[in-house]
Design a protein. Sequence first.
Length: 190
Amino acid sequence: MKTLIISLKIFLFFTVLTGIIYPLLVTGIVQVVFPVQANGSLVVKGGKKVGSELIGQQFNNPVYFSSRPSAVSYNPLPSGGSNYGLTSVKLKKFVDSCRAQFIAFNLLDSLTPVPPEMLFASASGLDPHISPEAALLQVDRISLARGFNPGQKKELARCIKELTEPPQFLCLGEERINVFLLNLATDNIR
């Protein structure tokens, strides 16, 4: 009986420590050190939450930059990839379909090389970034759809350059641009 009581005390101690105290401590530290990220990196426009910088969204309207494909239809709850292997017929069909859609949607020549992130979904299916090259391939379509004059078209290209992020820690990954933030900047071009 004595051993049982000691075991229950240890169980309760560690339950309180790891189930209450530790989570509250970590949450408190993160709220102080990284408040924006801890709250989802939400973007507020006109007093209304319009999205998160961290989660990709689908943009089908021709006046907006397109995001990369998503295997989960941009749903953050079951996030994940398609898990198709390199020899998968379904993957080949998916890539061919994405390539044809990107070329047709952006009114490009059929021989135009399409950046890989516009053909393949990310591992999470929620990556909000594309390459600057993929963004530049969409400038003509967006300018046409928005009725931009040459000055506004240059402003759009400048937005791409300004919002391009370098590789993380200057060595991990490649240059990238957040599609959601780019679309918000595009809305501000007058």
